[in-house]
Ligand binder design. Structure first.
Ligand SMILES: [Zn+2]
Length: 202
């Protein structure tokens, strides 16, 4: 499913590109310019982000974030999912199941990232979570509301997997990811992989 493939690099608009979406020059430049990927703890959840968007590197990160947000080019989703594989130790993926974070707006970004990561790693992807309607809950924080809206789909059982990897394109406060973790209710290890971590203050 190549929705809108382009022969040209997404950053410099020159080409050609082969099997990626950035030319080799931009790809190299990007890898050097971007901050190091990192694991971080958001409350009780470990989150791995390829790009932590802070004040120091706002411009290139913002450009890449919007590039992904606007994109329906499957090669871009493949590119970022391969970056996860390149950057993470192989045992991260051992006997794990990939669970995309459900979207409240019908965007397919987390689903496509999870699908491409499944393709690269051979892991299974299960759309285990659903997002219920937002109810009026005066006095409740966004974090609390997200926790209440997310639920495990009926009949889904992830207990045969050693760990769950939640997949999302971008996280800011981590509220949605924490809501997902809570909804899973499982006893196995849960971690999250995101492409972007947009620091709330940035
Ligand atoms: Zn380029």
């Amino acid at each position: 499913m190549e929705l809108f493939p382009s022969l040209f690099c997404r950053l410099c608009a020159e080409g050609p590109v082969f099997g990626s979406c950035f030319c080799r020059f931009c790809e190299e430049k990007m890898r050097h310019a971007l901050p190091r990927p990192r694991w971080e703890r958001i409350e009780e959840l470990s989150v791995f982000s390829l790009i932590a968007w802070g004040r120091d590197n706002e411009t290139p990160c913002r450009a890449l974030l919007y590039d992904l947000k606007e994109s329906q080019d499957l090669r871009l989703f493949r590119f970022w999912s391969r970056e996860w594989v390149r950057r993470l130790p192989p045992d991260t993926f051992h006997n794990a199941v990939l669970v995309p974070v459900p979207s409240s707006t019908g965007r397919l970004h987390s689903f496509l990232l999870a699908r491409c990561l499944a393709e690269t790693t051979g892991l299974e992807m299960v759309e285990a979570l659903a997002l219920g309607k937002e109810e009026r809950q005066p006095g409740k924080s966004r974090r609390e509301r997200m926790k209440r809206r997310l639920r495990l789909k009926e009949g889904v059982d992830l207990l045969s997997y050693k760990s769950v990897l939640l997949i999302d394109d971008v996280t800011t406060s981590g509220a949605t990811l924490l809501g997902c973790k809570k909804a899973l209710r499982g006893s196995q290890k849960v971690a999250a992989l995101t492409v972007f971590r947009r620091e709330p203050s940035a």
